[in-house]
Design a protein around this ligand. Structure first.
Ligand code: FAD
Ligand code: 2HG
Ligand code: ZN
Length: 481
């Protein structure tokens, strides 16, 4: 399309009628919401950058109810937007037009937890932070953690294949999710809720739904492998004078902290300025060009502290690191982490934000930020870089006093071409959603995208599930394109 970011045209789905509402109200007494005031927040994304016009929000409690809803919607040709905590950053979690919002917010029950294997089975609408608290009491933790933990749902995490702050240590959800229960577009329930570490009997269908952003089925339950709660956690907040030094610190860190390293995150000086200006947070160390958050998680506090001490001595004496502070106590750990976790929030106070979530060879990630600064000159208010160094994942954010088409035209497709040239991914962990659907070809060959269209057509032949998202427009309009 001429403008790949432009809104797509509405597909010829049915519109919700009084009879449809009567059906939903009977199926979900008190849980089929039509009050426009109550619908407002579900129609608006976390960034307040996209706005849907749905007139119905459904809040099922059981898989069976989800199945009834989808069977009905499929027969009636009604489009559905699955929604978890609505913290997604690519416009995938809210309707584009009048799609029915199917929220998992009342599907919040833990089903089982096995304290020998560490396998948790729960409904899709459990809030990540609640699951973490539930597990901590049992001496376990969730294998993922992200800044949105207080609102995001585990179903949404699986639907986006969220990465987050612990991926470096515990790997992606593609490894830790052992099973999913999914309701398909026609209402069929696919119970792949295995609780097995190993299972090579046939194709691994759950992988199709992990990262499918609500376009292939509604995830209703998840089983997930949880690590033991580490006995000792330390966080170091360090400063470096160049990105090259930061990379060398990372290499050194991997060598010296190896098995206890649980996170290696960074933010640049521009991020720190935004934290200070907009959130009144205080930089705990001397001003630097780059800041690192290192977390260790291990089983022996004395050993871990000794290792960390040796590492810090090494990076300070070799001048890779210019200043730093360490926390072992929970409150200080939290305070240091908030300097990294709250950058996204700080950015929302800086004007309109153009967000890019890019995977690149790790040594290239900051070149993109510098290059973009040069490329945009004073067109942008701020160009900032932060992210998951350990995963080669840069969050490039560009702010402007307000939405600015000329600025956008200078950023895109430049940023995607740059990424493609270095064989990176234009969506490392947030997904494509509405905003990036038409850019998929920068990271995937056309044969792969066509096959995605075939899978979509097979599982959701009428295209009712999260239309206009993830796949490029022409595939939504004609799955055999
Ligand atoms: P939603 O936002 O509600 O939905 C996201 C997508 O999943 C939509 O396409 C929706 O249709 C679909 N979906 C939701 N639930 C289901 C379901 N049950 N079945 C099928 N489809 C479903 N992301 C990261 O990867 N790493 C981070 O570190 C990270 N940090 C963040 C920090 C902040 C402050 C914020 C605001 C967001 C952050 N995110 C991060 C993005 C976001 O939180 C994640 O993508 C999260 O996994 C979304 O979960 P959710 O429940 O809010 O899903
Ligand atoms: C993070 O790592 C999130 O903080 C959000 O993935 C990134 O807002 C962003 O660009
Ligand atoms: Zn991230």
């Amino acid at each position: 399309p001429a403008n790949p970011s432009a809104a797509p045209p509405r597909s010829p789905f049915s519109r919700v009628t009084q009879e449809d509402l009567a059906f939903f109200r009977k199926l979900l007494p008190g849980r089929a919401i039509t009050d426009p005031d109550l619908l407002k927040s579900s129609n608006t994304d976390w960034l307040k950058s996209v706005q849907g016009h749905s007139e119905v929000l459904l809040r099922p409690k059981t898989t069976e109810e989800v199945s009834h809803i989808l069977r009905y919607c499929n027969e009636r040709n009604l489009a559905v937007c699955p929604q978890g905590g609505n913290t997604g950053l690519v416009g995938g979690s809210v309707p584009v037009f009048d799609e029915i919002i199917l929220s998992t917010s009342l599907m919040n029950q833990v089903l089982t937890f096995d304290s020998i294997s560490g396998i948790l089975t729960c409904q899709a609408g459990c809030v990540l932070e609640n699951l973490s608290q539930y597990l901590e009491e049992k001496d376990f933790i969730m294998p993922l953690d992200l800044g949105a933990k207080g609102s995001c749902h585990i179903g949404g995490n699986v639907a986006t294949n969220a990465g987050g702050l612990r991926l470096l240590r515990y790997g992606s959800l593609r490894g830790t999710v052992l099973g999913v229960e999914v309701v398909l577009a026609d209402g069929r329930v696919l119970n792949c809720l295995a609780t097995l570490r190993k299972d090579n009997t046939g194709y691994d269908l759950k992988q199709l739904f992990i990262g499918s952003e609500g376009t292939l089925g509604v995830i209703t339950a998840v089983s997930i492998l949880c690590p033991r709660k580490p006995k000792a956690v330390n966080v170091a907040f360090l400063g470096c004078s160049s990105f090259q030094h930061l990379l060398e610190t990372f290499q050194c860190c991997r060598g010296m902290l190896g098995e206890i390293l649980s996170a290696f995150e960074f933010l640049d000086a521009s991020c720190m300025k935004l934290l200070e200006t907009h959130l009144k947070l205080t930089n705990p160390i001397r001003e630097c060009d780059f800041y690192i958050v290192i977390e260790t998680a291990g089983s022996n506090a004395t050993h871990d502290e000794e290792k960390l001490h040796n590492f810090l001595e090494e990076v300070m004496t070799s001048s890779l690191v210019t200043d730093g502070t360490v926390a072992t106590e929970a409150a200080k750990i939290k305070a240091l982490w908030s300097l990294r976790e709250r950058v996204t929030e700080a950015l929302t106070h800086d004007g309109y934000t153009y967000k890019y979530d890019i995977s690149l060879p790790v040594e290239k990630i900051y070149d993109l930020v510098k290059d973009m600064r040069g490329h945009l000159g004073d067109m942008a208010k701020n160009v900032v870089g932060y992210g998951h160094v350990g995963d080669g994942n840069l969050h490039l954010n560009i702010t402007s006093p307000s939405k600015d088409p000329a600025l956008l035209a200078a950023i895109e497709p430049y940023v995607y071409e740059w990424t493609s040239e270095w064989k990176g991914s234009i969506s490392a962990e947030h997904g494509l959603g509405l905003k990036k659907r038409n850019y998929i070809y920068y990271s995937k060959p056309s044969e792969a995208v066509a096959l995605m269209g075939n899978i979509k057509a097979m599982l959701d032949p009428k295209g009712i599930l999260n239309p206009y998202k993830t796949l490029p427009d022409q595939l939504h309009q004609d799955p055999h394109f």
